[in-house]
Design a protein around this ligand. Structure first.
Ligand SMILES: Nc1ncnc2c1ncn2[C@@H]1O[C@H](COP(=O)(O)OP(=O)(O)O)[C@@H](O)[C@H]1O
Ligand SMILES: [Mg+2]
Length: 232
């Protein structure tokens, strides 16, 4: 058995079934995974193989039908929604294919939000958010709302929002899937640089093999299970 205390995240025999009328769709069929501190992991798999479902379960946004997820040694199944929310805010940053920034708030406010949620003083939160937005090349876009930013700029703001709390783990679901090659590379480069600087573990779901090749380890999700595909 793995030492869960030293894993940033561990999935043990994750099953996820969706009921559809009389039939049941089994998307995950015993997926196992250990994410180590500061490691970079790619999860690849064809469309519909269950990558997003798995990532949602890893982040506690969805519950497995059976199996256990441990975040920093803590079983998610033992936590109520409020405690799961606190754990997410403390340990995990999310980056989605579509930025998920709040449209009515500025880039500055969006990035400061995770700090405000954990009750960092407003002035300090805004100061840190401005510094990180500057770091991702958006120092001149602080007061822009998501609708006033380009796709690449929105995604860089989303990267800043995910990393503002210096999380132990970043979960990214096709983070460059909606961008052209140049903007995609820029976003990926920033993610990798910040991951290195902050010693954050990174799990990237992608169907882009050139992105996967930049990670320490590649896992393929197939038939509901994860297999090592590094170097394959
Ligand atoms: N909430 C849900 N209810 C029913 N089926 C779902 C739900 N979420 C995902 N699925 C199904 O699970 C399968 C895997 O979906 P998903 O995890 O989004 O795959 P991927 O991200 O690899 O493309 C798909 O067949 C999808 O239709
Ligand atoms: Mg998906």
């Amino acid at each position: 058995m793995t030492d869960v205390a030293h894993a940033v995240l561990e999935c043990r025999s994750i099953f996820r079934r969706f009921k559809e009328g009389d039939s049941t769709l089994e998307v995950l069929s015993g997926a196992d995974l250990v994410v180590k501190p500061a490691e970079r992991l790619a999860i690849i798999g064809s469309s519909g193989s269950g990558k997003t479902t798995l990532l949602q379960i890893m982040g506690g946004l969805d519950d497995p039908t059976s199996g256990d997820v441990y975040v920093n040694g803590q079983s998610m199944a033992d936590l109520n929604e409020a405690k799961k929310g606190v754990l997410r805010n403390q340990y995990i940053g999310f980056i989605y294919q579509f930025h998920h920034l709040l449209p009515e708030f500025t880039a500055h406010e969006n990035v400061a939000m995770p700090l405000l949620i954990r009750r960092t003083a407003k002035e300090a939160a805004l100061e840190q958010a401005a510094a990180l937005l500057d770091r991702v090349g958006l120092g001149a876009r602080l007061e822009h709302k998501p609708g006033e930013l380009s796709g690449g700029e929105r995604q860089r703001a989303a990267v800043a929002r995910a990393l503002i709390t210096r999380p132990k783990l970043v979960l990214a679901d096709e983070p460059t899937g909606n961008l052209d090659a140049g903007n995609g590379e820029h976003v990926l480069r920033l993610m990798l640089e910040l991951n290195e600087e902050l010693q954050t573990s990174l799990v990237v779901v992608t169907h882009d093999h050139s992105i996967a090749a930049k990670m320490d380890r590649i896992l393929v999700l197939e038939n509901g299970k994860l297999d090592d595909a590094t170097g394959v």
